[in-house]
Ligand binder design. Structure first.
Ligand SMILES: [Fe+2]
Ligand SMILES: [Fe+2]
Length: 280
């Protein structure tokens, strides 16, 4: 596991807002040596095992990239509110839990060893510079976090319905926890914005537009956690970013939520002629 500088409990004690954390442990859901029953691998629809493996070969590491973003933000702790730092500790704890749960999932699906995954992670090249405009200050970081986390909610919901659901209760349960945690991260970032930055909320719509434009412009993921969906835009309906931006605005009381059928499309949409959204 990566070195983590989980911060002190003191920050949590002095937090002035209610931050949520969904409680679960990857070791309780998926043991290190878990084996997927062979009939699940045989019975999964054609292409699902292969595409799920490819999907995990990417998602495992982007969850682990949370440590890179955390370390960067912690180096700027003097410019951040205590509540933000409390939230950040809870967030990192969850994201590293996701990293661990996905490592376990990837190993039992594709046979990739933990040692191989460690080596792959160490070889990654992380570059914060292309997303510098998102990291200007606590306000822009929180809006980006809301955008990114709600995107992950719908992305994991799709993955649950198309991939995780075929491989047994334990694997399915991992996806359920991921969806729940990413939703909690979205909510915590919203609470921080509403509490600490109410005077800047009017900037949110324009900033969301800039985030969407940047993601489109970058076209690839720079391995620093934010905008990891830049690498898989073909897996989402064309209006995905516009709809999740509306969800962000609605959570901040700046607009109306998309209707339920539009929200359902975020995770039920499939490319024409496909039964699932392929990895590439
Ligand atoms: Fe995550
Ligand atoms: Fe998250």
């Amino acid at each position: 596991m990566m070195a983590s500088s989980i911060a002190t409990q003191n920050w949590q004690q002095i937090s002035s807002i209610r931050l949520q954390q969904h409680q679960w442990q990857s070791s309780e859901v998926l043991p290190l040596d878990h084996q997927i029953p062979p009939q699940h691998l045989i019975n999964a629809p054609t292409g699902v095992v292969e595409n799920f493996g490819l999907l995990l070969s990417r998602d495992v590491y982007s969850e682990g990239d949370s440590q890179i973003l955390y370390d960067h933000l912690l180096s700027r702790r003097d410019e951040l509110n205590h509540d933000f730092l409390v939230m950040l500790d809870l967030w990192l704890e969850d994201e590293l839990k996701h990293y661990e749960a996905l490592r376990r999932t990837y190993r039992c699906l594709s046979g990739v060893s933990y040692g191989e995954m460690d080596r792959s992670f160490q070889q990654r090249v992380h570059n914060l510079e292309p997303i510098g405009m998102l990291l200007q200050d606590e306000f822009t970081i929180l809006v980006t976090l809301m955008f990114d986390e709600i995107g992950s909610v719908y992305s994991y919901r799709r993955d649950l319905a198309e991939y995780y659901c075929y491989f047994g209760t334990e694997i399915r349960q991992v996806a359920h926890h991921l969806v729940k945690d990413e939703g909690t991260h979205f909510g915590n970032a919203a609470e921080l914005l509403l509490w600490h930055h109410p005077h800047r909320l009017r900037e949110v719509p324009a900033l969301l537009g800039e985030i969407v434009a940047l993601e489109r412009r970058l076209g690839k993921y720079y391995q620093v956690f934010f905008l990891d969906h830049a690498q898989e835009q073909h897996r989402f309906p064309p209006d995905f970013n516009q709809l999740i931006s509306q969800v962000v605005l609605a959570r901040l009381d700046l607009g109306r939520s998309p209707n339920s059928s539009a929200l359902r499309q975020l995770w039920q949409w499939k490319p024409a002629g496909q039964n699932f959204t392929p990895f590439s």
